[in-house]
Design a protein around this ligand. Structure first.
Ligand code: GLN
Length: 491
């Protein structure tokens, strides 16, 4: 099954001439045809274009171009549908952008193409990346590979589903409050949120600009490092991308965790944590200690305020960012006799209920009279949370937590109660508020039903190397990443 390849195995297959890029691409396309009607990872698939690019990659390899020159040559990769790819739909899973086609390549798309990757299609998400279940997509939810009656998580649900069901070799997602790590945890993939400023956001449709980051969703930690090598780095088009050199993230992977200090925040191991999640994470802690790491208890005293802080800042930024969808410059338009009517009709019809809720919440907390009480105060608490982490990182190299309080929930279970949905983000949002990097990787399975459990490691800003090294060491000692869901072919 060629489509089960990782980036690493695909590269060696291509290099030794055992497989061609065309065969590999076709295998992924065949898998999409066979199972995606059930799992709905893709919003659009660009088969013809992908096969043409694969043919070109095969030609280049015949002419002696190697992975040394182009690290992703011939590898099929798919992008969440909120990242611009020239000539491809860019819907953000919203009616308001239903027929919008991107006129340009965002930086990550350009870097992937320059590295020789084959872009297969556009992956499903919660509308404008707002959500934790993919149920807010205007084009239907994605489904969990382990149990299609459950959520794959969100907002990058399509990315995690496509990777876990081998409908692409690797994918990119975006993470504003956990949207790469949480679906990775629910589906059993590896999801990396790079440090804020590590990867260019140029061409990523903005949800909350001070929190958004693009990152890899992959089958292994090594693939995550390979993909980060390609997408990381300064970009003059994004003034928040940091002009700091990019190390080779694959280099330190094998160095082990001996002597590494790993912090356990006592605020994260409290009531409400699912017992099976807790025991899998406890076992991971024991294992890290057996592998030579030093486990240290730490405190992150402002953790209780993280959700409130995040949902004020994220919605405030969203309300400003989404003002651009006014029916004139982009996408869907519903005419009206005057600009106000046109604008309100377009937005009224174009946005789904969760997006509207957030625009209203964000506008409210930015409005005069409330600004100081909500937005400004949230910014101050954000600083306190950042200081908690800075203090913790004086004592430790990494922080270890569960990725989510519980495994994947049933579709529909939390839709009626947005607050319940927001509370699930408790362990992931702090890394966005602080700019730290974070990774989720599989660390176990619940028994009945069989569902993946995610382990989260949080690293210092721009210390992805240590994060990836520790994650790789754990992965190789356990092999949880190799567990496969029992997939259902579509009728
Ligand atoms: N669940 C969070 C939210 O709805 C995170 C989303 C994300 O990271 N894009 O805002």
């Amino acid at each position: 099954m060629l489509n089960q390849s990782t980036i690493a195995t695909a590269r060696s297959g291509l290099e030794t001439g055992k497989i061609t890029a065309t065969e590999l691409t076709q295998a992924c396309l065949d898998q999409i045809t066979a199972i995606d009607p059930t799992y709905h990872a893709y919003l659009s698939v660009h088969a013809e274009r992908a096969l043409a690019a694969a043919g070109e990659a095969d030609n280049l390899m015949r002419r002696g171009i190697t992975h040394q020159d182009r690290p992703l040559l011939g590898i099929p990769i798919s992008l969440k549908d909120n990242m611009a790819v020239q000539g491809a739909p860019l819907t953000c899973a919203s009616r308001i952008l239903e027929n919008f086609v991107s006129p340009y390549d965002g930086t990550v798309a350009k870097r992937l193409k320059d590295a020789g990757a084959i872009l297969l299609g556009r992956l499903n998400l919660d509308e404008f990346a707002m959500g934790s279940s993919t149920e807010n997509s205007a084009f239907g939810t994605s489904r969990n590979p382990w149990d299609p009656s459950r959520t794959p998580g969100g907002s990058s649900g399509g990315s995690a589903v496509a990777v876990k069901t081998d409908q692409c070799v690797a994918a990119l997602g975006s993470d504003t409050g956990g949207s790469i790590r949480q679906p990775a945890a629910y589906c059993g993939c590896v999801g990396l949120k790079p440090s804020y400023g590590r990867v260019s956001r140029f061409g990523l449709v903005a949800y909350a600009s001070s929190l958004d980051q693009i990152g890899p969703v992959t089958k292994t930690v090594q693939d995550s490092a390979t993909l980060l090598n390609v997408i990381a780095g300064h970009d003059p088009q994004d003034s928040t991308s940091v002009p700091q050199g990019v190390p080779d993230y694959t280099e330190a992977l094998e160095e082990g965790v001996k002597g590494l200090r790993i912090g356990l925040p006592k605020e994260y191991f409290v009531e409400g944590l699912d017992p099976e999640v807790r025991s899998a994470v406890d076992q991971a802690v024991t294992q890290f200690s057996e592998l030579g790491a030093e486990i240290v208890e730490i405190q992150l005293p402002h953790s209780d305020y993280a959700i409130a802080t995040y949902y004020l800042i994220a919605t405030a930024e969203a309300s400003a960012n989404l003002a651009r969808f006014e029916g004139i410059r982009y996408g869907h338009r519903v005419d009206g006799d005057d600009p106000f009517t046109l604008n309100s009709r377009t937005r009224g019809q174009g946005f789904g209920p969760e997006v509207k809720r957030r625009v209203i919440l964000g506008t409210y907390c930015l409005s005069s009279g409330y600004y100081d009480a909500y937005y400004l105060r949230a910014q101050k608490v954000r600083t306190l949370i950042r200081e908690d982490f800075l203090r913790a990182y004086e004592k430790v190299d990494l922080v270890l937590t569960p990725t989510t309080p519980s495994p994947a929930f049933l579709l529909g279970e939390k839709m009626a109660d947005p607050l319940q949905m927001y509370l699930l983000d408790i362990f992931t949002i702090s890394a966005n508020l602080t700019g730290n990097c974070g990774i989720s990787l599989p660390c176990g399975l619940t028994k009945d039903p069989l569902l993946p459990i995610g382990l989260q490691l949080l690293g210092k800003p721009f210390d992805e190397s240590t994060l990836l090294r520790a994650a790789h060491t754990f992965e190789q000692a356990n092999q949880w990443h190799l567990k496969r869901p029992p997939l259902q072919a579509s009728d």
